[in-house]
Write a protein that binds this ligand. Structure first.
Ligand code: HEC
Length: 194
């Protein structure tokens, strides 16, 4: 028997397979800790809008992460944990109280835009969780919600008139103040140049 065939013998394969298996089991204990964070204030949204975010985004952008068993297996888990940490840092629907009203509006716009562009949810996540994909119908719901937030204020004529009067008054006082004063302390007539 030559040494090569011994190397590829059934026994060798079995022992290599066993070693890989032991390694895979051992490596499961190398898990970066995913901190449990409390929901301080969940974002308030209409139920249909909320359902879409919950289904497609909450695993990475909230403190209500629900990992499937497939996500928990190292090495997949390493990637998942990193995305959750980064995802929460960028946008966290569970800590909405930490944002100013302007920031909330901006994040919501970004969320819908990222979804419309197909950038979110991440492609690798959708591959593992096909149901998380946002359908065209769901995207329409998100866009309609955003559109409903834009307040159209009708022009207020009394306010505009007030401002026009104030502007004229300001022009007038300004004209007065730069008019030269004659030696007898009488201010020149505004029309003196004519
Ligand atoms: C698998 C985890 C994961 C899922 C699911 C996911 N995201 Fe993300 N998201 C990330 C990560 C990681 C980042 C930051 C790095 C990047 O841009 O890739 C991010 C960034 C973002 C940003 C950018 C925020 C900023 O301040 O730059 C927005 C907006 C966003 N995601 C929205 C969404 C929306 C909306 C959904 C659901 C439709 C979603 N994400 C689903 C992981 C995820």
């Amino acid at each position: 028997m030559n040494p090569l065939s011994k190397l590829f013998s059934r026994e060798a394969f079995t022992s290599i397979g066993l070693m890989v298996l032991i390694l895979l089991v051992a490596v499961q204990f190398l898990r970066p800790e995913l901190k449990e964070r409390p929901v301080t204030r969940d974002i308030t949204l209409p139920a249909d809008v909320k359902a879409i975010f919950k289904k497609s985004c909450y695993d990475c952008h909230s403190n209500e992460t629900q990992l499937g068993w497939g996500d928990q297996i190292v090495p997949a888990y390493w990637l998942v944990a990193r995305h959750i940490r980064q995802g929460r840092a960028h946008l966290n629907f569970s800590e909405w109280d930490k944002l100013t009203p302007a920031e909330r509006k901006q994040k919501l716009w970004e969320a819908v835009n990222h979804t419309a562009l197909g950038a979110m949810p991440r492609a690798d996540y959708v591959f593992m969780h096909p149901a998380a994909k946002v359908s065209d119908k769901e995207l329409t719901i998100l866009k309609n919600y955003l559109a409903s937030l834009v307040v159209h204020e009708p022009p207020d004529t009394s306010k505009i008139n007030d401002e026009a009067i104030q502007y004229q008054q300001w022009l007038h006082t300004k004209a007065q103040s730069i008019l030269p004063v004659s030696p007898n302390r009488i201010t020149y007539d505004p029309n003196y140049k004519n």
